[in-house]
Unconditional design. Structure first.
Ligand SMILES: Cc1ncc(COP(=O)(O)O)c(C=O)c1O
Length: 393
């Protein structure tokens, strides 16, 4: 990897640390972990607060006349973003709920196989294990072992585990521990060719990758709006292929039962859905920054520069080649940093406490890994600060 250069490809002058003033984030902290719990522009936080105030002024009027239309407006906006019909999109609180709604609604039986990978998010793995334990289905966990540099080989390797018993494949769009953008369309095609249904865990993808939901060919897709799309926490969606809508129900059955997919998911009892109502405000903010394509391109360019910087300064090694990268990247620290979960946890805490750097540090596969995020408010200096702090270790 060559030494980092600052390239003009990084886009509008508004990107970078000065944008932190438009976010609710603490500006004395170097935020390199957008991928975990997001971060919200002030205009979006204000929009959510306005919906909440409106609700509190006249709860009956709001719940009876505004609650559902505002949710449908959010579904419409998400549909516009991902080329989908609003009626195929349900708002849920988070990707974990989306995954659970699908998994727990399917009738698995003994002999059925649910395929996941060793990089499946732990909460999702737990939900699959829960369902398997109650139905006699088997979990097939495909080992995925970085470093990865060959998408064809990865598709072949995972694809070998799809067979006549595969009832469901749960495929990440972007893996959590390793930030790998999987070759999703080809994996979906391989699973479908084996006769399996496919649930995509796209927790990280909206706002990071271009998504055309119907074109993917999967059966269900869940994604968070509260990560890369910059909506408040508690905003996510579950998309369902049109023919499957009537068979999918929320985990909570309420008034909307059998009144259609959207009606069932929109009303799961009285609740505050201000985060979901504020999704269009998040999309408007992103438009104002230059739009989805520019944000995606700029963040990817930045993460590539950032990883080159860490490779040059510290000898960090990326988990994958560039073709598997969105706006996060996982890099292994050199052996001198040690191994094991306790070492990783201590390093994470030290970076936060002594250098005010927020970054996930995890141990897996015998190495310690940094997961870098690049969001619009980050700039190359943020990663240089990380390299400085790690050079002092
Ligand atoms: C791949 C993946 N799936 C699911 C989730 C769960 O997201 P949430 O906690 O919003 O449900 C995450 C969270 O980071 C994730 O990375």
């Amino acid at each position: 990897m060559t030494a980092p250069q600052s390239t003009p490809a990084l886009g509008s002058n508004r990107f970078g640390r000065s944008l932190l003033a438009e976010f609710t984030l603490e500006d004395t902290v170097t935020h390199l972990n957008h991928g975990a719990f997001g971060g919200v522009p002030k205009s979006v936080a204000r929009a959510a607060a306005r919906y909440r105030r409106e609700m509190e002024r006249d709860p009956t009027l709001f719940m009876e006349t505004r609650f559902r239309p505002l949710l449908r407006r959010s579904a419409q906006a998400l549909g516009g973003l991902m080329n989908a019909e609003a009626e195929d999109i349900a708002l849920v609180e988070n990707a974990t709920q989306g995954v659970n709604a699908v998994l727990r609604g399917l009738d698995f039986g003994p002999g059925d196989e649910i395929v996941i990978t060793t990089h499946t998010y732990n909460a999702v793995r737990n939900a699959a294990l829960y369902v398997a334990a109650r139905t006699g289905a088997q979990i097939v966990e495909v080992p995925v072992t970085p470093p990865l540099d060959d998408a064809d080989a990865l598709v072949d390797h995972i694809g070998k585990h799809f067979g006549p018993r595969t009832r469901l494949a749960i495929l990440d769009h972007v893996t959590s521990p390793s930030a790998i953008v999987l070759p999703l369309e080809r994996l979906i095609a391989a699973a479908k060719a084996a006769g399996a249904q496919v649930l995509v865990d796209g927790a990280h993808a909206p706002g990071m990758l271009a998504i055309d939901l119907p074109a993917l060919g999967c059966d269900w897709y869940t994604g968070n709006c509260h990560k890369w799309l910059m909506a408040p926490r508690g905003a996510a969606f579950l998309w369902c292929a049109p023919g499957l809508r009537d068979a999918l129900h929320p985990l909570v059955i309420s008034h909307g039962f059998e009144e259609g997919y959207a009606a069932e998911f929109d009303w799961i009892g009285t609740r505050d859905a201000a985060a979901q109502h504020a999704v269009p405000a998040a999309l408007r903010y992103r438009e104002q920054l230059g739009g989805e394509a520019l944000i995606r391109t700029r963040n990817r360019a930045l993460i590539l520069e950032a990883s080159a910087l860490l490779a040059a300064r510290l000898g960090c090694e990326p988990a994958t080649s560039d073709d598997f990268v969105g706006s996060m990247r996982t890099m292994a620290l050199p052996a001198r940093f040690g191994t094991g979960e306790a070492t990783a946890a201590a390093l994470h805490e030290k970076l936060r406490a002594e250098s005010a750097i927020q970054i996930p540090v995890r141990a897996w596969g015998g190495r310690i890994w940094l997961r870098l995020s690049a969001q619009v408010y980050n700039e190359l200096d943020d990663y240089a600060r990380l390299a400085d702090a790690l050079s002092d270790q």
